[in-house]
Design a protein around this ligand. Structure first.
Ligand code: AMP
Length: 212
């Protein structure tokens, strides 16, 4: 049995068509069902639905053989035990530093000011600002990052931006790009060796579907 870990939302929506091209179709629609394990049309392949940030954990421990995770999540989690053979080119967005309109980020950086940064991407933000030589106090948030600069909790946020509408609606602007993000296929390294005969055809079919 091969298990593929997916998270609801953009990743599920944009991965299902790729899996369909690889002849993997859930027998019940995972988007509308509250079930967490789904049999598929491909014998010996099932899907499991987990939180986006839990996908690498399931795959690292081998509870899922494959998974689809955003580059943002993988950047925080690291890549131990994970083979990352394929950028799926889906769920594209950018990880940026954003500030209130009128906050002179460049000047603050030039002057060596200590910045308060609110984010759920602590590891990525720490590495980014350390590489720039900027001193920061990192404040961990779990959501609604946009509120932090508006309420004085932080000077800037590090967050994902897709259309830019959320920033705009909150009078925030992106002042620096940290990374271009997309979702990648991840495979448990041991499973890839031990279950190669089952995994390789899936990987080949997905590679073909992505190239189309
Ligand atoms: P937008 O208004 O389209 O720029 O989207 C911004 C909001 O959606 C922010 O709250 C982001 O955290 C979230 N977001 C944007 N892109 C993604 C993505 N690929 N995965 C998860 N969350 C995202």
């Amino acid at each position: 049995m091969i298990s593929i870990a997916l998270s609801k939302g953009r990743i599920l929506d944009e991965t299902l068509p790729l899996l369909k091209a690889a002849d993997v179709v859930a027998t019940t629609n995972p988007d509308t069902s509250r079930k967490l394990i789904f049999a598929t049309s491909r014998a010996g392949v099932r899907m499991i639905i987990v939180r986006a940030t839990d996908v690498p954990t399931y795959v690292q421990y081998g509870a899922a053989d494959l998974g689809v995770a955003g580059g943002d999540v993988l950047g925080e989690f690291g890549s131990e035990g994970l083979y990352q053979p394929l950028d799926l080119g889906i769920a594209r967005c950018r990880l940026v530093v954003a500030a209130r309109k009128g906050f002179d980020y460049e000047r603050a950086v030039r002057q060596g000011a200590r910045l308060r940064v609110a984010t759920k991407y602590l590891q990525t933000a720490r590495e980014h600002f350390a590489a720039k030589g900027v001193h920061v106090d990192l404040i961990k948030l779990y959501g609604s990052m946009e509120l932090a600069p508006l309420t004085g909790l932080a000077d800037v946020i590090v967050d994902l931006v897709s259309t830019g509408n959320t920033l705009k609606a909150n009078q925030l602007v992106a002042v620096e790009e940290i990374a271009q993000i997309s979702a990648r296929l991840i495979i448990n390294q041991a499973a890839y060796k031990l279950k190669r005969a089952a995994i390789q055809p899936l990987l080949d079919a997905l590679t073909k579907a992505v190239a189309k």
